[in-house]
Write a protein that binds this ligand. Structure first.
Ligand code: GTP
Length: 261
């Protein structure tokens, strides 16, 4: 009797071959097939797993589409388009006149010694540029912010941002924000390379927070015989002459005429 109680039962083994296994396998396959059939027969019933996720994907694709979307422009430029107005602004003694002189020399190969007002030059087959130096009074700033296509904002790197720069940026906010490019000057006053690169980086980030992330910033690293280095001026000039300008909504709805007298 004792012996019988201790007898171990054989554990169940799944059949891998033979008629029973075949039958089971067939059943399993059929089940999967049936499910697939249902998906094929009625695909719409299986498209949406989660309404929330679906909504999110939809919004995301719409966002991406919207970002790519550019409103088509009507080409209103007359046969001979007006010159592009470039305003050079910055605190006193930052190098505004020097920069205008260098740019004019870069485009025309002619030297101007003294500048008494707006200067218009031809920079390409279809482009003329008018350079205007911005005086440091609020009226000039307001007037120029309204007509400027591009603002070259000069910043003295040895000093940093000054009141005039912020004032001008604030004025731009309410008078149609023109394109703004920064230009760092007085970079030769740094003797130490490490402080130079640190300052450049700091000013770049500050400029980005003031204007917009990724705004273009040029560096003019010192002077040769009273002029900026020709390669740097050339790069800046090239950038300006190929730049594309989209009409600003503010400027098209508030038209001003620039009179040079
Ligand atoms: N070392 C150095 N000197 C510079 C630099 N940029 C300009 N300067 C000098 O700064 C002085 C002033 O330059 P300007 O071009 O007359 O400056 P500005 O902004 O037109 O001055 P205002 O018209 O009086 O506001 C000149 O003597 C230049 O030689 C620079 O990057 N490095």
């Amino acid at each position: 009797m004792e012996k019988m109680e201790k007898k171990e039962h054989k554990r169940h083994q799944r059949k891998h071959s033979g008629p029973k296994a075949l039958k089971k396998n067939r059943k399993k396959d059929q089940g999967a097939e049936q499910e697939q059939d249902a998906r094929k027969r009625n695909p719409r019933a299986f498209t949406v797993h989660s309404a929330v996720r679906m909504a999110k994907t939809f919004h995301r694709t719409q966002d991406i589409k919207m970002k790519k979307h550019h409103i088509p422009l009507v080409d209103r430029t007359p046969l001979e388009p007006p010159p592009i107005v470039i305003v050079v602004m910055g605190p006193p003694k930052v190098g505004k006149s020097t920069l205008i002189r260098c740019l004019i020399r870069n485009y025309t190969r002619q030297k101007l010694t003294e500048i008494f007002g707006p200067v218009t030059i031809v920079s390409g087959k279809k482009r003329r540029l008018t350079f205007i130096e911005c005086n440091n009074d609020i009226n000039s700033m307001i007037d120029l912010a309204k007509v400027a296509d591009l603002v070259l904002m000069l910043i003295d790197a040895s000093f940093g941002f000054e009141m005039e720069t912020f004032e001008f940026l604030n004025i731009c906010q309410v008078h149609g924000f023109p394109r703004i490019m920064g230009v760092l000057t007085h970079l030769d006053s740094f003797k130490n390379n490490k402080t130079l690169s640190k300052t450049k980086k700091r000013l770049k980030h500050r400029f980005w927070t003031e204007v917009y992330q990724g705004a273009k910033l040029f560096y003019l690293s010192g002077m040769v015989y009273g002029e900026y280095q020709s390669q740097e001026v050339k790069n800046l000039g090239r950038f300006i002459s190929v730049m594309k300008f989209r009409p600003l909504t503010w400027q098209t709805s508030h038209s001003y005429v620039l009179v040079d007298r």
